[in-house]
Design a protein. Structure first.
Length: 377
């Protein structure tokens, strides 16, 4: 038998023996890399490490996570700028940065840019990081969309049917009980899309200008900094902090508690609105038009506001009607309110609804998050 085996091997063409040897060597190298990354992660109390002594990319680490985990799969992200466009579609992924300002996930896709499949990304799919699974958590890192908005504003966009929307982080269908703890989310227009499930943002920084916190999801922002940045515009309104599209049947939308509404130096006084109500264009049996069930909610509780907040507080927003015309959803027809606002931007105005103490008590974390209590990441 041994001599027959040797004869069979000798009869194998050399090129096939080389290919087989290379395949075996490649498989062994992959196995060793996985074992090394796993061992490195175990030494640090993580299931995987990205960078230095671990995986080369975040995508590799996510691919190794269990598809239906029931306990946290902890990934340590070393300091570095990781240019990756990512989607988390597995539950219980916990991504923890080594340094908040130096562990950076960045990409530069924008709404009108063509994807590898040939069609424009669109707003939602432009996100640097999308979360589409429950019980995921991020801590101590930065998520950025570095699309050059300023250049796009000074030059014609190559796809005129799309605007310069460029999402950094998107919570989309499948996401729920998402936790972000000490995370910076950086962009320009449409920075953070909270569009599904419940989310808790704790001591985060969110930076942008037009509608840069938006969507139909329920989100609790606890002691966060909402940083307005300048943009070139001929309008007196430089930007809008929020653009909720909360459905009529959803009790809570975007709730900001003890947050600081701050600005970059170049942002003029009275140039930002607290928000405007968004009715996203939606496909129905009788056509595509602004969803009439979207009655956005944004509430600011015990927040400090710099002088960039305009005295009227809120603005209206246009949408397409079933008849093909343009109409406006007025702030008074949405669910906008404040309670105990402070600072130079906290201006008393008939157009800025103020909650009573009893009404404000209904907007507590347990109520907003439906009894879910986020734990430590």
């Amino acid at each position: 038998m041994a001599s027959a085996a040797r004869r069979a091997d000798n009869d194998t063409p050399a090129i096939m023996r080389i290919e087989r040897r290379d395949l075996i060597a490649g498989a062994l190298a992959t196995l060793l890399l996985h074992r090394h990354a796993t061992a490195a992660g175990s030494r640090h109390g993580y299931d995987a490490v990205v960078g230095q002594d671990g995986h080369a990319t975040i995508g590799e680490a996510l691919a190794r996570a269990p598809a239906a985990g029931v306990t946290p799969y902890r990934i340590l992200l070393r300091a570095g700028r990781w240019r990756e466009k990512l989607s988390i579609d597995k539950p219980f992924i916990h991504l923890i940065g080594e340094h908040r300002n130096r562990s950076v996930i960045d990409y530069d896709a924008w709404s009108g840019q063509r994807s590898p499949q040939g069609e424009p990304w669109g707003t939602r799919r432009s996100a640097t990081l999308s979360i589409a699974a429950p019980d995921c958590a991020l801590r101590n890192l930065t998520i950025s969309n570095s699309f050059d908005y300023d250049r796009a504003s000074s030059e014609p966009l190559p796809n005129a049917s799309f605007g310069p929307q460029a999402v950094a982080l998107a919570l989309i269908a499948g996401a729920d009980r998402t936790t972000l703890d000490q995370v910076s989310v950086d962009g320009h227009q449409d920075t953070l899309l909270s569009d599904a499930g419940r989310a808790c943002f704790q001591q985060c920084l969110i930076r942008g200008h037009v509608d840069f916190v938006f969507g139909a999801g329920t989100a609790w922002f606890d002691r966060c900094e909402i940083l307005a940045r300048p943009r070139a515009t001929t309008s007196e309104r430089m930007g809008y902090l929020s653009a909720p599209s909360t459905l009529r049947t959803t009790q809570y939308g975007l709730i900001f508690q003890r947050c600081r509404l701050i600005k970059e130096r170049a942002v003029p006084a009275r140039s930002f609105a607290l928000g405007r109500p968004w009715r996203p264009t939606t496909s129905f049996a009788d056509g595509r038009y602004g969803n009439p069930e979207a009655i956005g909610q944004a509430v600011f509780l015990h927040c400090w506001m710099d002088d960039h907040i305009a005295a009227p507080g809120w603005d209206r927003m246009s949408y397409g009607t079933r008849q093909g015309a343009r109409a406006y959803l007025e702030p008074a027809d949405a669910r906008f309110a404040e309670y105990h606002s402070r600072g130079p931007g906290a201006v008393a105005s008939a157009s800025r609804p103020v909650l009573s103490p009893g009404q404000a008590r209904a907007f507590n974390r347990d109520a907003v998050l439906g009894g879910w209590r986020p734990g430590r990441v």
